[in-house]
Design a protein around this ligand. Structure first.
Ligand code: NAG
Ligand code: NAG
Ligand code: NAG
Ligand code: NAG
Length: 245
């Protein structure tokens, strides 16, 4: 009986280690950010009136292949689109942001064939960004930048009605009360089928989950929005404020 218990226990440990092996990611996160919010914090001048890409991140692994250098000439044909939809908000003329994303996340995403190269990685992210059309989804449900706040539940409903999965919505809290909408994550499996972004209890308990550690390290300026606090979706400074008048 004791041996049986031990082997069941070992079997469980083995299967969970395999399932959450650090070399295999299970989920890839397409992260969109609202440039106005980012630039309020980082003091940049964004002037983008739509959601842009922040990243395309597997849930396991960081800097998986240090020998796989970023080479901007491999994605030359994607540059106009990259500058429009995946811009470096801090330094628009630079390619350093994409280099960072490739080295940190792309080299890990490369584990699946559909993403095993720089052109594949960046073009797949752009393709999914267009296919999801988060900007269009929000507009369709009348969720537009405004001086009046939204309820988090209304934002969530707009997105989950469109995609039939739960997004992760992140905010920056304000000292004077309220929170500012900052980032929206949409999650997919290894075949790019949409899945809920919420962590399952299994994932929460997996010690290999670097995304969790990252969250615990709170290196990000964003945190998951508080459902009990009004959410501000800021107007784009120059453009819409003048239009709204
Ligand atoms: C912002 O972009 C709009 C159109 O995209 C342009 O007309 C406007 O001049 C830009 N404003 C600044 C301050 O760059
Ligand atoms: C690591 O990068 C090199 C290119 O520098 C590539 O040839 C190799 O296949 C990569 N290894 C893995 C495991 O992706
Ligand atoms: C970058 O890629 C181009 C096009 O494939 C190639 O000609 C060039 O040698 C590469 N540069 C480096 C530094 O690997
Ligand atoms: C979290 O912080 C610790 C200590 O600062 C650091 O060693 C570790 O690499 C960090 N993990 C991640 C995923 O950033």
């Amino acid at each position: 009986m004791k041996t049986l218990m031990i082997s069941i226990f070992l079997g469980y440990v083995l299967s969970s280690t395999l399932k959450f092996s650090p070399h295999k990611w299970t989920k890839v996160i397409l992260t969109h950010h609202w440039p106005e919010t980012f630039c309020t914090i980082e003091h940049c001048k964004a002037n983008f009136s739509y959601w842009t890409l922040h990243g395309f991140w597997p849930n396991h692994g960081n800097e998986c292949n240090s020998s796989w250098h970023f080479n901007a000439s491999l994605i030359k044909d994607l540059m106009p689109e990259m500058r429009t939809y995946w811009p470096d908000l801090l330094n628009p003329a630079s390619t350093a942001f994409w280099k960072h994303e490739w080295l940190k996340h792309g080299t890990c995403a490369a584990e699946v064939e559909a993403l095993n190269g720089q052109h594949k990685y960046f073009s797949k992210a752009l393709e999914l960004y267009h296919k999801l059309d988060l900007d269009g989804v929000l507009k369709k449900s009348q969720i537009l930048p405004s001086e009046n706040p939204y309820k988090l539940a209304d934002l969530e409903m707009s997105i989950s009605d469109a995609y039939k999965v739960t997004p992760k919505i992140q905010c920056i809290s304000q000292e004077q009360g309220g929170q500012i909408l900052g980032q929206i994550e949409i999650c997919m499996d290894r075949q790019f089928q949409l899945i809920d972004c919420e962590k399952t209890s299994e994932e929460l308990w997996s010690r290999d989950n670097e995304v969790l550690w990252l969250a615990l390290n709170s290196s990000s300026i964003y945190s998951v929005c508080d459902p009990s606090v009004p959410v501000y979706y800021p107007l784009v400074d120059t453009l819409e404020r003048t239009k709204a008048r």
